[in-house]
Design a protein around this ligand. Structure first.
Ligand code: ADE
Ligand code: ZN
Length: 324
């Protein structure tokens, strides 16, 4: 089954590129850029990856990404990810990045944009992996700051597939960003948001109503509201579910308790994704294998999950029909 899952053409729709930073590269970039890390060794970094909730992960995630200083750093980060994604049988990736922490450290917007895009072009040539870029706003920072970043990055908007909303969910409901997402709608940019990961089901309906999203990242808490489930089903709203992430961040205690089988039984449009593979036990293939081990799904189920992602991907139709 592992060989079959590896060969299955997979599209990854929920991936934070800063969450692909492995400790080895973190140390290399820290040395190159003169950044002092609060760890003595790579093993010590890995040992620190014990999370009690989303916030305890985010603290390390933002600290880790501070080693990224140049276009070349972003290029190497993304290429290292593409190498592993190719080995996992991934054929399409939608990578999101958080511009705010990088801009707040003094980087120009061109640094992440140009570095990531060079890697995306290289991945297409080297591996025939197609990709799309998503710019995500940090929801525990102000809506005014997000609006400023949206305007400040106008020169790169034509290269974005979508904007997203991530980081600390509880206490930062989607409505906080209604004006920013309305501005993105006026500018013709598709919109996504994390919702229902740690936050309640009302954040999922809020993201649909106040932000006009075409996809929900996570969404696993929707089962708490049967009317919402009906709505998600009738609209066939894609949910980019991240099984191992949910275990590592204690959204569920064990994968066997994950609502994934229930989401599928309800007829929801689910996809499987890795979220932050360097922090959560590996990439797409590990997520697929873990689901096989936990739920005993057959090939038809995995084929449907992979098909859902290809159908919902920001990808040209000619490539989509070739892959489907
Ligand atoms: N940023 C990176 N990973 C995230 C997650 N799982 N939830 C919210 N924000 C994130
Ligand atoms: Zn995420």
């Amino acid at each position: 089954m592992k060989t079959w899952l590896k060969a299955l053409p997979k599209a990854e729709l929920h991936l934070h590129i800063e969450g692909t930073l492995e400790p080895e590269l973190m140390f290399e970039l820290a040395a190159r850029n003169g950044v002092t890390l609060p760890y003595a060794s790579i093993d010590e970094v890995r040992a620190a990856y014990e999370f009690s909730n989303l916030q305890s992960f985010l603290d390390l995630y933002y600290q880790g990404m501070a080693v990224l200083h140049t276009e070349q750093d972003f290029f190497e980060l993304a290429m290292a990810y593409f190498d592993r994604a190719h080995a996992d049988g991934v054929v399409h990736v939608e990578l999101s990045f958080d511009p705010q922490p990088h801009l707040l450290r003094g980087l120009e917007p061109s640094v992440p944009f140009e570095g990531l895009e060079r890697a995306m072009r290289e991945a297409e040539q080297r591996y025939d992996i197609s990709s799309a870029l998503i710019m995500s706003f940090v929801r525990d920072r102000s809506a005014e700051e997000a609006m400023t970043v949206l305007e400040q990055t106008r020169a790169w908007h034509h290269r974005l597939a979508a904007i997203g909303l991530d980081s600390a969910e509880l206490g930062n409901p989607p409505e906080k960003f209604a004006a920013v997402f309305e501005r993105a709608r006026e500018l013709g940019i598709p919109r996504l948001a994390h919702a229902g990961e740690e936050g309640p089901a009302t954040y999922i309906s809020g993201a649909m109503d106040a932000l006009g999203v075409c996809r929900i990242d996570h969404g696993v808490r929707c089962l708490e509201d049967p009317a919402l489930v009906e709505r998600l089903k009738s609209e066939q709203m894609p949910l980019t579910v991240c099984p191992l992430s949910n275990v590592y961040l204690k959204v569920v205690e064990r994968l066997e308790n994950h609502p994934l089988p229930g989401l599928l039984e309800q007829g929801l449009k689910v996809t499987l994704n890795s979220d932050d593979p360097a922090y959560f036990g590996g990439g797409m293939l590990n997520n697929f294998i873990a689901c096989h081990d936990a739920f005993g799904w057959d090939q038809a189920t995995f084929r449907q999950l992979a098909r859902n992602a290809l159908e919902e991907a920001f990808m040209n139709d000619e490539r989509r029909s070739r892959l489907l």
